[in-house]
Every structure is written in C-alpha cells, then in structure tokens.
Design a binder for this molecule. Structure first.
Ligand code: NAD
Length: 329
C-alpha cells in the first residue's frame, strides 16, 4: 500500500527540506510515498521552496487551526508531520497572538483531526528553546520546561498538548526537539541568512548585546533525518532530541560568516540585546542515536555549502529581503 504523508508547514524552511528529501528518495522505503503539503503561506511560507518537487506533491493552502478543512484533508494519511509554526522569536516579542494561535491551538486542532482520522504516526516538531537557558551541561528529554520567550512558551504548550494526546487518547505521536538550524531556503530574518544576504549586498549586520549567546547549530538535513528517524522508530508519547553539531557564540558565528564572504568587523553594528535573550541551549541526543541516528554534516562543510547556495540563489532571497533588522538565533 502506498504510504500517504501529510506535511503541515511544508512550504517553510525545514518542512520544505523534509518534503524535498522524501520525494528525492533520501529516506529508504519512502520513495513511493504520496505527499500532501498543507500550509497557510504566511510571510515565511514560500511556494518557491517546493518548486524542485512541483507536480510531485499535492498542495493544500490552509490553516492548521481550521478544523473543518482538516476533517477533509487528514483522513487517508497514515503519517502526519507538523512543521507548521510561527517561528521567529523577535516577532513573538512584538506580538505573541499568532504564536499562541498556531503553535498551541493549531497543534491541538491538528491532533484532534489526526485522532479522528486514525492516523498511525504523528510527529510534532519542536525546539530546544522550550527548556529556557542552560549555563553548563546539556538537557536530556526529562529536563523541566522553562521557556522564556513567547515563541518558546507557545512551542512548549504545543508539546504538552501532544504528549497529553498520547497519554489520554493513545494518539501515536512523538515530539522532536532540535537546536538552531541552518541551510538553504531559510527565510532571511534568521541570523545566518540575514547576515549572509546583508553582507552579500554590501550592508552592515546587527549583533545583539555582547555576542556571547551560545547556540548549537545543526544543518537542516540532519534535523530532517532526525525527524524521520523518530517517525520510523520512535515510541509514541516520547520526546526525542536532535542535537546540534557546533556550539558557537554569536561572535564566533559572526566571525565565520564574515570570513566566508570576505568581510571585516567594520560591517558589524552592535545593537541592544533582545529582551529575555537565552544565553545558551544544549541538548543530549543519546535517545535518538539509540534508534540509529547520527548527524552527517559537519558545520564547516555545511556552512560553506549554505554560503554557496545563497550566493547562487539571489533570485530566491532578493524578493524577501527587508531593510536591516533584528534577527533570531
Ligand atoms: P518557518 O517559519 O520557515 O516555516 C513555518 C511554516 O509554517 C511556513 O511555511 C508557514 O507558512 C507555515 N504556517 C505558519 N502558521 C501556519 C498555520 N496556522 N497553518 C498552516 N501552516 C502554517 O519555520 P521553520 O524554521 O521551518 O520551522 C519549522 C518547525 O521547526 C517549527 O515548528 C519550529 O518551531 C521548529 N524548529 C525550528 C528551528 C529553526 O532553527 N528554524 C529549530 C528547532 C525547531
């Protein structure tokens, strides 16, 4: 029987990578899957992210908060992967309403539809930011949730609803939590594509606070392979971490980005720190590695490929470019 996979938020950065990977044969055994993408096409959703697989998937323009639409779309799919979210921390500081709506109510509405349709496997894609900030060491999956930004709080809400649906209703859902992603097709409001596109255009870039905030970077391809591993082999009701491969302060990251495009520190403007800015995130990923996952893309190699991609795809990012602004890391 052909497997039918519904990817919500599949026109965004990470969801579209998953769809291109699935349809490109990156996940053995899934080459013949029929893929439906459901996406609201917010500012972050971009049909161009799916143009390499145009004609090979079904696209539904819609909202995961729309129960009536979901009741017509979800039945017939054995697998649902939810990447749909409001994902930009700085926007959540300016106005959290859409975050609570999509990341909490949307998740609940989608899970309800999955339950009603008898979906066999659901993945709720989440973030390390739900744990708040960790000074030393790394979180395992039993660490308490202590989100600081409205974005992280809304993601934590969605995760808890997902785990409650597993326990209360027996919904076969797993939750994945990942560190900071980078790679092609990332909307240029997030720090790596924002810095690269500004630097490539000759503009300056803004660095938050003392630049000492630490993030654990992972290539989007490794994130999606981690999601796929949890989907195929994870235990319902469990959380799986997908840890990064490169812990860097924002100063170290900026140094690498400047070097990659041949620019100097005179192009960097220091700006006031983000309110509630978490200092450091760090995950352990032994649980996922026990299922056979291991990252494949080293940071230097992945960053070099990403820089090349942005240099070669101005047609993709130029229409999305905004004046120098804040960034999310
Ligand atoms: P993104 O902002 O690039 O994409 C989100 C997608 O969801 C867009 O296509 C958007 O149109 C769609 N969407 C938003 N609201 C919707 C709604 N109500 N109904 C249907 N579609 C809707 O985000 P991303 O970076 O690709 O992140 C995907 C997921 O991964 C999110 O859940 C995010 O929390 C999580 N995550 C991201 C990172 C990262 O570094 N980017 C790290 C860890 C986890």
């Amino acid at each position: 029987m052909t497997r039918r996979v519904l990817v919500t938020g599949g026109a965004g950065f990470i969801g579209s990578h998953h769809v291109r990977s699935l349809l490109g044969g990156a996940y053995p055994g899934w080459e013949d899957a029929e893929v439906t993408v459901l996406d609201k096409l917010t500012y972050a959703g971009n049909p161009a992210n799916l143009s390499p697989v145009a004609g090979r998937h079904t696209f539904v323009h819609g909202d995961i908060c729309d129960a009536e639409l979901l009741a017509s779309v979800v039945p017939g799919h054995q697998t649902v992967i939810n990447f749909a979210a409001e994902s930009h921390v700085d926007r959540s500081i300016a106005d959290a309403e859409a975050f609570v709506r999509t990341n909490v109510l949307g998740v609940q509405t989608l899970l309800r539809a999955c339950l009603d349709a008898g979906v066999e496997r659901v993945v709720q894609v989440s973030t390390d930011e739900v744990y708040g900030s960790v000074e030393h060491g790394s979180w395992d999956e039993s660490a308490p949730l202590a989100p600081n930004s409205p974005y992280a709080a809304s993601k934590a809400g969605g995760d808890l609803i997902a785990l409650a649906f597993a326990r209360t209703h027996g919904l076969p859902v797993v939750v994945t939590r990942c560190g900071n992603n980078y790679g092609p097709y990332q909307y240029p409001e997030k720090v790596i594509p924002l810095f690269l596109t500004h630097l490539m255009d000759g503009a300056d870039v803004p660095l938050y606070g003392d630049g000492g905030n630490v993030r654990d970077w992972i290539h989007v391809d490794d994130h999606c392979r981690g999601v796929q591993t949890a989907l195929e082999h994870g235990t319902a009701g469990e959380v799986y971490h997908i840890a990064g491969t490169a812990e860097l302060t924002n100063v170290e990251l900026t140094e690498r980005l400047l070097r990659a495009v041949g620019a100097g520190w005179e192009r960097v403007t220091r700006v006031a720190d983000r309110p509630g800015h978490d200092r450091r995130y760090s995950l352990t990923d032994a649980r996922l590695r026990d299922l056979g996952y291991a990252p494949r893309t080293g940071f230097d190699e992945g960053l070099a490929a990403t820089v090349r991609w942005y240099a070669e795809h101005r047609d993709w990012w130029e229409p999305l470019r905004k004046p120098v602004g804040r960034y999310s890391a």
